[in-house]
Structures are given as structure tokens and as C-alpha cells.
Ligand binder design. Structure first.
Ligand code: GRF
Length: 202
């Protein structure tokens, strides 16, 4: 399956997807698009021989116009699947609708807990014993789309946001390629009822 990945930063999830593709998982990242020119993920993409594009959001008069330009750029690569991999922008309903059922995101919390930013700090502050990451279909609700797969990690007594983040990231790198694989194999879909469907054994 043809994929386009959207990033804003370091791109360790992108790297995990690139590695999974190299290991023979049934998807190909055709392009990596960043809204940030300095995103290190662009370097990772280039090193893997993947096309890169930068579309800065700065200078666009509205979110809607940026998202329309972004969708045009994405669609040049005719992807079956669009992957948010640390893409730090809220997307408009029109954009989300255009990619319904083929737009995935990875979020560093056990959704529906801790939507939004600074999840590791907030997990520590909450006093919870567990934290984790979720892959979900993107819908209009920020970090609110149906969850496909989650991974849990313990919160340890000496944890700082950084140590906890590192433990969660390791798991992100396992579950994101897995979910993309299911979608690429057409085993996973988003039903008309808004619920995810997964056929066969995990
Ligand atoms: C990850 O924690 C991801 O869950 C969140 O943003 C971070 C991106 O990290 N959406 P990276 O750029 O993939 O290293």
C-alpha cells in the first residue's frame, strides 16, 4: 500500500515505519511531508531514499487553506494511507473527511486518557501507575478517533517526563507499524458506525 507520512519533528516513529518497510511489511512510504523545514525526520527520509516535501504553515491565511494545500500535495503521491507521525497540527474537518478511514495517528497516552500535549508530564502528575501509547483513526475530535491498538508501560518511582517518554516511544515503534500493516492488508477498516474493524488474529 502506498503511504504518505506527515511529520513535524524528530521522526523516530517515521524511522520505525521505514525499518518495518525494509523488513518487508506490505507498505511503501512514497513521501514524507513536514510543516517544519528543520524537522530531523526529513533527514531520515532522505537517507532512506524517500521523497520529501516541506509545506510550512507560516504565511497561510487560515488553517483551512493550509490543509487544502497540504491535501493537494499529499494527493500528488496517490497514497492509500496517510500517517501522522508526530505531525503537530490540528487538522480541519474537511481534511479529515477527505482521508476518512485511511488516516492514522499515534498519540503518547492510553486514550481516551490524556488527549493533547505534555502527556508524559501529565501522566506523572496524575499519580497513575501505567501510561502508554495509542494508534487511532483520525476523526474531527482531537486525539478522539477510534483506537486501534495500545501499548502500556509502567510508571516507575524515579521517572521524569523524559525517561517515561523514552519508555513509551519504544512501544510506539512497535505498535505503529503493526497498525499500518493491518490497514495495508485491508484487515483493518473504519466502519460506517465509526468503530474500527479488525479481521483475523492479531
Ligand atoms: C510521539 O510521541 C508521538 O506519539 C507524538 O509525537 C511524538 C513524535 O515523535 N504524536 P517522533 O517524531 O516520531 O520521534
Amino acid at each position: 500500500a502506498r503511504c504518505v507520512a506527515l511529520i513535524s519533528g524528530g521522526g523516530t516513529n517515521l524511522q520505525a515505519l521505514i525499518d518495518a518497510q525494509r523488513d518487508g511489511l506490505p507498505f511503501t512510504i512514497r513521501a514524507v511531508i513536514s510543516n517544519e523545514p528543520q524537522a530531523h525526520g526529513l533527514v531520515r527520509a532522505r537517507e532512506a531514499g524517500i521523497a520529501t516535501r516541506v509545506l510550512s504553515h507560516r504565511g497561510f491565511p487560515s488553517r483551512k487553506e493550509y490543509d487544502q494545500a497540504l491535501a493537494r500535495l499529499i494527493d500528488e503521491f496517490r497514497p492509500a494511507i496517510v500517517l501522522l507521525a508526530g505531525f503537530m497540527r490540528i487538522l480541519t474537518p474537511g481534511f479529515v473527511a477527505h482521508y476518512r478511514g485511511r488516516l492514522l495517528n499515534i498519540h503518547p497516552s492510553l486514550l481516551p486518557e490524556l488527549r493533547g500535549l505534555h502527556t508524559h508530564r501529565r501522566a506523572l502528575e496524575s499519580g497513575a501507575g501505567v501510561h502508554g501509547a495509542s494508534v487511532h483513526f483520525v476523526t474531527d475530535e482531537l486525539d478522539g478517533g477510534p483506537v486501534i491498538v495500545q501499548a502500556r508501560v509502567p510508571i516507575l518511582p524515579d521517572d521524569q517526563p523524559e525517561t517515561l517518554a523514552a519508555r513509551v516511544l519504544e512501544k510506539e515503534h512497535v505498535i505503529y507499524p503493526l497498525a499500518v500493516r493491518w490497514l495495508a492488508e485491508s484487515r483493518l477498516s473504519l466502519g460506517d458506525d465509526g468503530l474500527p474493524r479488525l479481521d483475523g488474529q492479531i
